[in-house]
Design a protein around this ligand. Structure first.
Ligand SMILES: O=C(O)CCC(=O)C(=O)O
Ligand SMILES: [Fe+2]
Length: 271
């Protein structure tokens, strides 16, 4: 599939970098991201491309890595015994998802076509406010298909590594599978532990924004200081999410040990 047949260029005129329509669009989205810590781009992918991406994901699903984890909202599997029992570092929550690494699904998948296309990469750079972004060069990380079957969920957490996260809803759950976010739960200078504790123990439901995630919608969010989660999926439909990783420099690859925890053990070259 050509990238022009994947991206909805009528609604997102990103081809001509100097066009006023593109400038207006990107400015609006950048402001929205700044204000809300997330921005949604509905109908970003065309229906035929989305169908194809879902079919590729369903075909690959048996090769997905089952990720069951019990972790705190800082993505650590162990608490800190020197802290009180009800400290957020000691509140461990269950999550379960199915992860398809980049090398586990078709290179022809529209999500890969979209990811590697310069006009998309440049649009994202302009929205997040950096000069240039680069594709991730790891065999597993650049684009993932994150699948949630009935009962699967992702617990409250802060993202650790990237300044922003980009996701594309390919297939929504019938019920549940809501993406919820509490903007600016902490700041770079203040861990705000008491508030974080209240959010992860379910005492602040009114502070969580439910981010509308219709199939086809692209989302860019800053998850490093804003707690977010995916509520348990119910019903028969698998929630399928494309997750994209762009970098601030070329040739970034992941740590194989960390990759093994996310994508499962791979055959390693001996020696
Ligand atoms: O599945 C989602 O909507 C969000 C997943 C998530 O939290 C992440 O990719 O950081
Ligand atoms: Fe996250």
């Amino acid at each position: 599939m050509r990238p022009e047949d994947v991206v909805n260029l009528d609604t997102y005129p990103i081809l001509d970098r100097s066009s006023p329509a593109r400038t207006a669009l990107v400015n609006r989205l950048r402001k929205e991201l700044e204000t809300n810590q997330f921005v949604s781009l509905p109908d970003f992918i065309l229906p035929a491309a989305r169908d194809r991406a879902v079919a590729d994901a369903v075909e690959a699903l048996p090769r997905a890595h089952q990720n069951n984890s019990r972790r705190n909202c800082y993505l650590q599997r162990q608490g800190d015994p020197s802290l009180p029992e009800d400290h957020p570092r000691n509140i461990l929550l269950n999550a379960s998802t199915k992860m398809l690494a980049y090398d586990r699904f078709s290179d022809a998948s529209p999500v890969k076509v979209l990811y590697h296309w310069e006009p998309v990469r440049q649009m994202v750079a302009d929205i997040v406010g950096v000069e240039t972004l680069y594709d991730n060069a790891d065999p597993c990380q650049p684009v993932n298909l994150l699948c949630y079957e009935p009962g699967d969920s992702s617990a409250w957490h802060f993202d650790s590594v990237n300044a922003f996260t980009m996701t594309l809803m390919l297939q929504a759950a019938e019920v549940g599978g809501e993406f919820e976010m509490v903007p600016n739960t902490r700041t770079d200078d203040d861990q705000n532990y008491e508030y974080v504790r209240r959010v992860v123990t379910g005492q602040c439901p009114q502070d969580a924004v439910a981010v509308a995630r219709e199939a086809g919608s692209l989302c860019i969010f800053r998850g490093c200081n804003s707690l977010h989660r995916v509520s348990p999926v119910e019903g028969d439909t698998t929630r399928i999410m494309g997750v994209f990783v762009y970098e601030n420099e070329p040739n970034v690859v992941g740590d194989p040990e960390v990759n093994a925890t996310v994508y499962g053990e791979r055959d390693r070259v001996a020696g």
